[in-house]
Design a protein around this ligand. Structure first.
Ligand code: SAM
Length: 311
């Protein structure tokens, strides 16, 4: 389907941070929208600013689909989207001092304590913004939730990497999002928080270079050992992994392991192949489920090879 051309899968990018100029095939200021929903805001912004490049993050696949149809109908060529968590991706996919503006329109505030970690504006994300925004680069949050606006305002105010403008109540921007229209019909108040980066922060990234993700070749494997690994938790510093399922091929000497990893609070599920190749066995990532190349993924490949190798 032609309209799906706006979506990129960063797990397949050989090098991170991503070279955005190459992706867009043109230079341009980088604008980012988090949780673009139906894509109304990004489509209008991209149409009005054809010289800039827009990257949107959205966790809902349905929203990504809807937005792409809109971009296609608008005939835009300065928009890309990524169907993944913006907090992780913005940290990992952008070099320091590269983003001009980040826009967050009407995010869910996740008011319950047990859902706190789902909020966009957690401390970690402020640190990311202090790295990836350019000096004088800005972030704009529009919300219908007063306590949320105040909390974000206060947290940025306490952080000397940023300058914060006073909250604007019932602001009027030329483009309205779907949620904005909905809340206006309900006569809800809305709040705009604007911050500007004034000092560089320093963020650590975890995605590894492509060449740093090994395949392991081993002479022989202990097949019983593979089953013993099932559901056992392996941990090294902040990286953990568990093998949750094991599949055995009926047609060739091949095992596929379903592996769960975590690097701190970043979790992934993917498959690892153990496959016989002539005189040796190869342990490598199964390409159908390419994970981000994190230290936990590398640890899992190495440890599995170490555990099953006949020494
Ligand atoms: C309440 S809707 C607002 C949609 C749109 N911005 C608007 O104003 O109409 C929030 C959107 O953010 C998305 N979202 C939530 N957390 C996200 C995250 N961590 N990264 C990317 N998108 C996220 C949700 O899937 C949802 O579509």
């Amino acid at each position: 389907m032609k309209y799906l051309k706006y979506s990129i899968d960063p797990r397949k990018e050989k090098n991170v941070p991503i070279n955005w100029e190459k992706i867009f095939e043109k230079k341009g200021e980088l604008y980012v929208e988090i949780g673009f929903g139906g894509g109304e805001y990004m489509a209008e912004m991209a149409k009005k600013n054809p010289e800039a490049n827009f990257i949107g993050f959205e966790t809902s696949l349905t929203a990504c689909d809807r937005a792409q149809k809109k971009f296609y109908n608008y005939n835009l060529n300065n928009v890309k989207i990524i169907n993944h968590d913006a907090r992780f991706c913005i940290r990992e996919l952008f070099a320091d001092n590269t983003i001009s503006k980040i826009i967050v329109n009407f995010p869910c505030p996740w008011p319950k304590k047990k859902h706190e970690s789902r909020r966009i504006f957690v401390e970690k994300f402020r640190k990311t913004l202090s790295s990836v925004l350019m000096i004088n680069g800005s972030m704009e949050l529009a919300t219908d939730v007063e306590w949320y606006a105040k909390e974000v305002y206060e947290n940025f105010k306490l952080d000397d990497h940023f300058e914060v403008e006073e909250i604007v109540e019932n602001f009027n921007r030329p483009i309205k999002t779907r949620y904005e229209k909905k809340w206006e019909e309900d006569n809800r108040n809305k709040y705009l928080v604007k911050i500007k980066k004034i000092k560089n922060g320093n963020e650590n990234r975890i995605i590894l270079e492509e060449n740093d993700m090994p395949h392991r070749h081993i002479k022989d494997i202990n097949i019983e050992k593979i089953t013993e690994l099932l559901n056992k938790k392996f941990q090294f510093e902040n990286e953990t992994f568990v093998i949750r399922e094991i599949f055995e091929s009926k047609i060739k000497e091949r095992y596929v392991l379903k592996v769960f990893t975590s690097d701190d609070d970043f979790t992934q599920d993917f498959f690892v192949n153990i496959v016989k190749r002539e005189e040796e066995w190869l342990i490598k990532l199964e390409q159908i489920t390419t994970p981000y190349r994190t230290p936990a993924v590398k640890y899992a490949i190495n440890k599995i090879a170490e555990e099953i190798e006949v020494k």
